[in-house]
Design a protein around this ligand. Structure first.
Ligand code: SAH
Length: 279
């Protein structure tokens, strides 16, 4: 077995049960073009390859790339790119490889130290959504992050990340995965999540304003929303507005649904100062 390196957050998945859950959640069909981030020793890669049209994998570790190239280099529907997924320009790298262009699905057991940035690169942001959204994204992530991704309003795990991600994608928990499913076991438990990028029925009129509102609203934890939003709106006016929107004036940021955040941003945007463009 290849010795895992801590700098690259390497934890080899060894549980059949977890691998099967990921494969099943990805629901691959023969026309799928899959993107995998951090193939590692290729345990997931090998299972995906026979199911799909093509698979492009991005791996940062040169030694692992050498190994993967040796073992899978002759597999026609496999393309390996060595580099940092976060900075790599996938489109230009794929320009010469017709069969691998525009992957429609992501399936990966990712490095946990860059979970947030990976999700942002895959989905984009509220103000700049990925113009070519994936059909689905199946990821193995820390359980604690997973809980924030699929959180429902009113729960403690519902945060700014929840709103930013759920604005762009539906999120579901597939299953939890114990630390013992990896070598070496990470310090935390994990979970498989599936994201379905989609457009909200009633999107924000000004996505930039929504982004800023969410940032401000979740600014001070455990404070009432109306206190956190004081810099942009006087308390009494905000109380009135919340009542109008049938939101409890004493609500905290985590109590509002994504659609309520959008409505609030839209309402605040009407005739307000340029608060949305600050900062
Ligand atoms: N998918 C494999 C390995 C998971 S460990 C398995 O399930 O066993 C995470 C993998 O991501 C490692 O192979 C690590 O080298 C790779 N990695 C870490 N940072 C990366 C980055 N910025 N870009 C691409 N790959 C990265």
């Amino acid at each position: 077995m290849v010795r895992p390196r801590r700098v690259f957050a390497q934890h080899w998945l060894k549980s059949d049960k977890a691998l099967n859950a990921i494969i099943q959640a990805a629901n691959c069909i023969p026309s799928d073009r899959v993107l995998e981030i951090g193939p590692g020793t290729g345990i997931l890669t090998r299972r995906l390859l026979p199911l799909v049209k093509s698979l492009v994998a991005v791996e940062i570790d040169r030694d692992l790339c050498t190994l993967l190239a040796k073992q899978l280099g002759k597999t026609e529907n496999f393309l390996l790119l060595q580099g940092d997924f976060l900075t790599l320009d996938l489109t230009s790298h794929l320009a010469a490889f017709t069969n691998f262009q525009n992957p429609n699905k992501v399936v990966a057991n990712i490095p946990y130290n860059i979970t947030g940035p990976i999700i942002e690169k895959l989905l984009g942001t509220i103000a700049n959504p990925n113009p070519e959204p994936f059909d689905s994204i199946v990821l193995l992530v820390q359980k604690e992050v997973a809980e924030r991704l699929y959180a429902q309003p009113g729960s403690k795990t519902f945060g700014a990340l929840t709103v930013r991600v759920q604005y762009l994608a539906e999120c579901e928990l597939i299953c939890t995965v114990p630390a013992s499913a990896f070598h070496p076991p990470p310090k935390v438990d994990s979970a498989v999540v599936r994201l379905h990028p989609r457009q909200l029925e009633n999107p924000a009129v000004s996505p930039r304003q929504l982004e800023n509102l969410v940032k401000l609203g979740f600014g001070a934890k455990r404070k009432m929303l109306r206190n956190n939003l004081q810099p942009i709106l006087e308390r009494d006016r905000l109380t009135h507005l919340l009542e109008q929107l049938e939101i409890n004036p004493q609500a905290r940021a985590e109590d509002l649904s994504v659609q309520q955040w959008v409505t609030l941003a839209n309402e605040l945007g009407v005739g307000s100062r340029q608060w949305g463009d600050e900062g």
